[in-house]
Design a protein around this ligand. Structure first.
Ligand SMILES: [Zn+2]
Length: 248
């Protein structure tokens, strides 16, 4: 059986920083982004999945939509390194994203592949990007997708700027192309190449996850929540605004 795949674009609207290892870097940038072996930035599937899951849990609680059984700490900032995750095994999020407690565990029904820069120009309807799309066509090098942002940390006591830090970011306009594999089949009703924002609002408040179509919807809601939040670090300082589009 062919598995259902959810193909999507992530368009970077403000500089994106998902931290990587500096060990291979020669330049002394404090905070480098995660890169593939050729040096191109990418979005690890695990970090995307973790972010989507935590947004669903927080939002499910806030909107009283029974996505998850997290009962407190729902207003913790999502910058937190270790987001609290539900392990009840019964809620929608646990059933779709998997869980493991000391009693039992269940595998995830979704596989988030690593998300790489698109090789082709994206076909997206009804969207005006803040800057031109940048994708990985002929002749592009990693430098085309990276910028270094200098940020001063202000010393509270003498009000002088000290320790300017250099943070590497993926430039606005960069188009990533990703894939999520659903281990249970489901039918997609949404049109391709269009925004999935506001998907969330269209749903019933007592949205329950009963079948594969619902699993798929939950993942779509999670992806759409990214648009009101951010990917990577320093989102509260304006980093990591993204738009997400389904593609064929
Ligand atoms: Zn749960």
């Amino acid at each position: 059986m062919e598995r259902k795949k959810l193909n999507f674009y992530v368009v970077v609207e403000t500089g994106l920083h998902i931290g990587g290892q500096a060990e291979y870097e020669i330049a002394a940038i404090d905070n480098v982004v995660v890169k593939d072996p050729q040096g191109f930035p990418y979005i690890p599937g695990s970090s995307l999945k973790g972010k989507v899951r935590s947004l669903l849990e927080i939002q499910g609680q806030r909107g009283n939509r029974s996505f998850s059984n997290l009962d407190d700490d729902v207003n913790k900032p999502s910058d937190e390194k270790q987001p609290r995750i539900c392990k009840c095994g019964k809620c929608a999020v646990c059933r779709v994203f998997g869980y493991s407690s000391n009693k039992q565990s269940q595998m995830s029904k979704v596989i988030f592949r690593d998300v790489y820069i698109s090789r082709e120009e994206p076909q997206i309807n009804d969207y005006q990007p803040p800057v031109d799309f940048i994708y990985r066509d002929e002749g592009k090098t990693p430098r085309d997708f990276l910028e270094v942002k200098f940020e001063n940390t202000i010393d509270r006591y003498n009000a002088k700027a000290s320790n300017p830090r250099q943070t590497e970011r993926v430039v606005p306009g960069t188009v990533f192309s990703g894939k999520i594999i659903m281990l249970e089949d489901g039918e997609l009703e949404e049109p391709y190449n269009s925004r999935i924002s506001h998907y969330y609002e269209k749903l019933d408040k007592r949205f329950k996850v009963n079948n594969a179509n619902d699993y798929l919807k939950l993942v779509l809601i999670g992806l759409s929540l990214l648009e009101d939040d951010y990917l990577g670090g320093s989102g509260t300082r304006g980093y990591g605004a993204v738009k997400v589009f389904l593609r064929e």
